[in-house]
Structures are given as structure tokens and as C-alpha cells.
Design a protein around this ligand. Structure first.
Ligand SMILES: Cc1cc2nc3c(=O)[nH]c(=O)nc-3n(C[C@H](O)[C@H](O)[C@H](O)COP(=O)(O)OP(=O)(O)OC[C@H]3O[C@@H](n4cnc5c(N)ncnc54)[C@H](O)[C@@H]3O)c2cc1C
Length: 574
């Protein structure tokens, strides 16, 4: 049986940043990714990554304290303030490190890293590489990985590209490895590990109308959840205000940061009608703008009762070509319009999973030797609403922290001796997969997936209420029952993507259930979670994190206190 000191699951920004840190400790590591790392969703990030670089703007200098305050206020006071402070204090160092590794950030006329305004930030704080920031960051980290891999003579870094992790193996409360399937050959094996880091990204594909890549399923969060780690704050789902009509491709907040306008069917900048967006207009926080777009459409001021327009025309051709070339390409390729002279039809869509695998500020979960980082983790720095540009920052700051801590943990702990538990779980996984292959049921996984997406889009969206959520719970439970009867069209072992999607679907259903149960229980409105039947924030009863535990009967909910620091909760006004 192969053994690694640390296994990192995920080849996105969080996973690769963790791997670089682990390598600094001379620890043998495997990076497992179900797609080639450069196809991870991080590659799609557009607008920017936040850091208080001390640049000066209208006579004011940015500081980590201001960044921390904006983040906590943006989170509607649900973020843990110790974690936010750690992230904002580390931010500038992590950005300069990326710069020194060659990340091609856009520049100011003086040659400094350029920064653009983003929603909810009192300062132009988002560093960017035109509108392809994720592309620049992921390639920078991947180049470091390749360099380290080739520099190591003892095969200290092994890549498993296109391998799917299906299970975690826990022995007496300690994580001892994972079960993986080689997607190409269909072979399944157990890998022993001294520590495992989950950096498996978001689970946006539990929704249909989402900006997330097809690979962003619930499985990465479900695997630790099934193994006993709670999921935290799963009801908090971010809806991005501007996604393309029909396909929900992201149109970055950078468009509004650069000065774009949102217009209703009368050509008015309608955000000025609403108290919470009147002051900051197009750069108010995402939860507020997304709600006000939907309100505007519901009031009859949208186009075809379904969308509004984003107007970039006044920015001028040169600025659009220089700062937003990717957005222009998306508009021309997928909508057939050129934003230089045409309006972009947009509507909100699912974008980010604020909740995730429960872990502390050291990225430790409740299982010894198991860590989480990036969008799959909930530390929590985003609370009830993430600010644009803070997620990329979260991946590199906490990726590095998770990597450092996992490496130190394996260096200080005894080598695991027993392979029995790994072999037992391997047998169970093989039996389960065999069962799916031999099933004579009549359910198609894709039908169940489509129905799940419809339920989430219709009943667990921007505005929520108890009757809809209750119906959705019953519907999802029915889908979980039907899942037992799934049948695959192709049962061979080589490149069986039908099987991969079937395994992913189980994760989608269970993670969606956690999201729903949290949303139904939380009888208040905070950040991105808006209950029309409880429209106010209720700090007396609900200033707490939701913890969802997996049980065979369904979700068991529990709660945990929020770490409040220097920023005393008050009404969130912009
Ligand atoms: C279109 C778009 C634009 C965005 N723009 C911005 C932005 O401008 N600024 C910002 O701050 N944030 C942005 N975000 C959010 C941000 O990009 C993501 O939150 C972040 O990149 C997630 O990184 P990650 O490393 O956690 O996960 P990902 O990049 O999603 O990587 C997850 C990895 O896990 C692997 N994996 C998952 N499950 C398994 C499994 N079971 N077995 C094996 N491997 C597995 C995948 O193969 C992948 O390598 C954007 C998001 C989207 C969708």
C-alpha cells in the first residue's frame, strides 16, 4: 500500500498553496485532483484578490484593520473575528510572495500592483490581473509545484491527476488515509497518509443557475461530513448579482468596480431607489445588490420580467479592452453582443458556498490529522456574506496555514502501523461501486440531478420562506430514496464518467439537505440568507454558527458561538 506523509485533496489554489508549504518542511506529499489542477475552478476567477497593500487613495492609506472591519461588517457579523484578523494581517505578505513567484498582476502608472474597488470595501483593495486573476494565480502556483517536483530527487511530491477521492479512512478518531479511484483505468485503491487536507472547492452545482464549474459538486464536502465532521453555516449561499442571462456565466464585480451601471427597463440606475444600496450604488455588497435586482424585476421594472442590464459603454473601448477583455470575450462568444457598444443582460446566480467543512483557525477539523482549506472549508472568514476578492485571499492564506500545520503534525506524530482499517474501507467502497454497477433500478442519475437543481433554484434561492423550504426538504428526501435505485448506462471500468457523476450525486443530495435544514431552522435574515417570513436580523437568538451532523436518519443540527473580537455587532448600514 502506498504511503504519503500528507495527502492534499484538491489541485486548486488552496490545495497547491498547501502543497508548497508542506514541501518547505521536507515532507513527502501526494496531490490528488479529479481534474488536471489547471482545470480547477480557481482558474475561472476573474475580478481580483483583496489585500491592504497600503496604497493610498484620496489621501487615505489602507490597513489590515480597515480590511478586517469591512470583512466582518460584510459578513453581517457572523465571521469569526480572530480568523478575519489573521487573514487580513497575512494578506499583503501572501500577495508579495505571489508577485515574487512571477504572478503577472496589472500595474499602476508608477509600477505598483494595481487595485480596483470591489463591493463592500471602503477602499480599492482588489489586486488583479486584468479580468483573469484566477488564471494568473493558479498558473503561478502550478509553476512553483512543477519546479519543486523536479527539484526533488526523492519523489517527495507525487501528483494524482484525474483521480477521484471517494472516502476518508478514520481509525479511532484519527485520519489514516483515503480511498481513490483512477478515473482513467477505474482502479480503486487505498492510500495511507499521516495527514489529509481537503481543499475540494465549493458545491455550487447543487444549484442549476450557478457560475460554478460542473466539477464543483457536493462530494468534497460530503466525504468529511459522512466521516463525522460537521458542515458549518451551509445555509449561507452567495448569489452573484451579475451572471449572464440563460447560462449564468459570471460577469465580474470588476465591471462595476471599474464604473459599470445597473439599469432597469426605464434606463434608470435603480439601486438608488433602495436604502441599503443608495450610497454605494453598484459597489454595495453582493447580497444587497442581488436582492435589489430581484425586487426591481418583481416590481415590473425588469426586461421580460426576468433580467436587468449592465452598462459598460461609458467606460470606453480602451478601458474595456485593457481591464475587462475576458468579459468582452464572454459577451461576444456566449451572448453575441459587444459590451463596448451594447448592454449586457444579467440576472443573479448562485456563486459561492460560504459554509463548508467545520474547522478552526488552524484549519484543523475535529478529526485528528484531517485539515480543510479554501472554499470547501468554513473557518469562518466570510460569515453570512463573502466580500468579492476575499475568497482568493482565503485560499492562499489558509492553504499555507493548513499545509504548515499538517506538515508539523506528521513530523510530531507516530507513524501509523495498521493497514487493516484502510483495507476494510477499500472493500466497502468496492462493494458499493459494484452494487451501483449491478443495479437493476430504473432511476437515471442525471434526472435526479436535474430535479435537485430545480428544487434548489426555486425554493432555496435569494428569498426563502418556511413553506417552500419544508416542501423542498420532503422533495430532497424523496430524491435520496430514489438515488438507491439508480442505474448506470455504461458499467465498464475505464473512464466511466457516469459512475463518477453517480458518486458525486450522492454528495450533492446530502450537502443540499444540510443547506436546506440550516435554512429552515434559521428564523432570521442575515447576509445572504433572507427569510421573507423573518426579515430582520436577530442577534439575541441567531448570532451563532450552524453545525450540521450527518446521521443515517438525516441532518442533526447543533450550534456554536461566533468569535467576536474588536468589532461589536451593530446594524449593517452602507
Ligand atoms: C467564475 C468565478 C469567478 C470567481 N472570481 C473570484 C474573484 O475574482 N475573486 C475571489 O476572491 N473569488 C472569486 N471566485 C471564488 C474563488 O475563485 C473560489 O472560491 C476559489 O478559487 C476556490 O479555490 P479552491 O482551491 O478552494 O477550490 P477549487 O479551485 O474549486 O479546486 C478544487 C479542487 O478539488 C479537486 N477535487 C474536488 N473534489 C475532489 C475529489 N472528490 N477527489 C479528487 N479531487 C477533488 C478538484 O479537482 C480541484 O482541483 C470566483 C468563483 C467563480 C466560480
Amino acid at each position: 500500500m502506498k504511503r504519503y506523509e500528507v495527502i492534499v485533496v484538491g489541485g486548486g489554489l488552496a490545495g497547491l498553496r498547501a502543497a508548497i508549504e508542506i514541501n518547505r518542511h521536507n515532507v513527502k506529499i501526494a496531490i490528488i485532483s479529479k481534474v488536471h489542477p489547471l482545470r480547477s475552478h480557481s482558474i475561472a476567477a476573474q475580478g481580483g484578490i483583496n489585500a491592504p497593500l497600503g496604497n493610498h487613495f484620496r489621501g487615505i492609506y489602507d490597513t489590515w484593520e480597515k480590511h478586517a472591519f469591512d470583512t466582518v461588517k460584510g459578513s453581517d457579523y457572523l465571521a469569526d473575528q480572530d480568523a478575519v484578523i489573521r487573514m487580513t494581517k497575512d494578506a499583503a505578505d501572501r500577495i508579495y510572495e505571489l508577485e515574487h513567484w512571477g504572478c503577472p498582476f496589472s500595474r499602476t502608472a508608477e509600477g505598483r500592483i494595481a487595485q480596483r474597488p470591489f463591493g463592500g470595501a471602503g477602499f480599492p483593495r482588489a489586486c488583479y490581473a486584468s479580468d483573469k486573476t484566477g488564471h494568473a494565480l493558479l498558473h503561478t502556483l502550478y509553476q512553483q509545484i512543477i519546479q519543486l517536483k523536479h527539484a526533488s530527487e526523492r519523489e517527495e511530491m507525487v501528483m494524482y491527476d484525474e483521480w477521484l477521492v471517494t472516502d476518508l479512512v478514520i481509525e479511532e478518531g484519527v485520519c489514516v488515509g483515503v480511498i481513490v479511484m483512477d478515473i482513467i483505468s477505474g482502479e480503486i485503491e487505498a492510500l495511507q497518509a499521516g495527514a489529509v487536507i481537503f481543499a475540494t472547492g465549493g458545491s455550487g452545482r447543487i444549484y442549476g443557475n450557478t457560475t460554478n464549474a460542473l466539477i464543483n459538486t457536493g462530494l468534497g464536502m460530503a466525504i468529511p461530513y459522512w466521516a463525522g465532521v460537521p458542515l458549518k453555516d451551509m445555509e449561507f449561499i452567495q448569489f452573484h448579482p451579475t451572471t449572464t442571462l440563460g447560462k449564468n456565466i459570471l460577469i465580474t464585480e470588476g465591471c462595476r468596480g471599474e464604473g459599470g451601471f445597473l439599469l432597469n427597463n426605464k434606463g434608470e440606475r435603480f439601486l438608488e431607489k433602495y436604502d441599503d444600496s443608495r450610497k454605494d450604488m453598484e459597489i454595495a455588497p453582493r447580497d444587497i445588490i442581488a436582492r435589489n435586482i430581484v425586487r426591481e424585476i418583481m416590481a415590473g421594472y425588469g426586461y421580460d420580467d426576468s433580467y436587468v442590464f449592465l452598462d459598460l459603454r461609458h467606460l470606453g473601448r480602451e478601458k474595456i479592452l485593457q481591464r475587462l477583455p475576458g468579459i468582452r470575450d464572454i459577451c461576444m462568444e456566449f451572448i453575441g453582443i459587444d459590451p463596448v457598444d451594447s448592454l449586457i443582460p444579467i440576472k443573479p446566480g448562485q456563486h459561492y458556498t460560504m459554509g463548508g467543512i467545520d474547522c478552526n483557525i488552524e484549519c484543523e477539523t475535529k478529526i485528528k490529522g484531517l485539515y480543510a482549506a479554501g472554499e470547501s472549508a468554513c473557518i469562518s472568514v466570510h460569515g453570512a456574506n463573502r466580500l468579492g476578492g476575499n475568497s482568493l485571499l482565503d485560499t492562499i492564506v489558509f492553504g499555507a496555514i493548513a499545509g504548515g500545520n499538517a506538515a508539523k503534525y506528521v513530523q510530531n506524530s507516530e507513524r501509523q502501523k495498521s493497514e487493516n482499517r484502510l483495507n476494510d474501507v477499500l472493500k466497502l467502497t468496492k462493494r458499493n461501486i459494484d452494487k451501483i454497477g449491478k443495479s437493476t433500478g430504473a432511476e437515471k442519475p442525471v434526472t435526479i440531478k436535474n430535479e435537485l437543481n430545480k428544487i434548489m433554484d426555486a425554493k432555496v434561492g435569494i428569498f426563502r420562506n418556511a413553506p417552500d423550504l419544508r416542501v423542498a426538504v420532503c422533495e430532497i428526501k424523496a430524491l435520496q430514496e430514489r438515488y438507491r435505485q439508480i442505474k448506470l448506462d455504461y458499467t465498464g471500468s475505464r473512464v466511466n464518467l457516469g459512475l463518477v457523476w453517480a458518486l458525486e450525486l450522492k454528495g450533492n443530495l446530502d450537502v443540499a439537505e444540510a443547506c436546506l435544514m440550516g435554512a429552515l431552522a434559521r428564523e432570521e435574515s442575515r447576509g445572504a440568507h433572507f427569510r421573507t417570513d423573518f426579515p430582520g436580523r436577530d442577534d439575541t437568538n441567531w448570532l451563532k454558527h450552524t453545525l450540521s451532523y450527518f446521521t443515517e436518519e438525516g441532518v442533526r443540527l447543533d450550534y456554536a458561538p461566533v468569535n467576536i473580537g474588536p468589532f461589536v455587532p451593530k446594524k449593517r448600514q452602507y
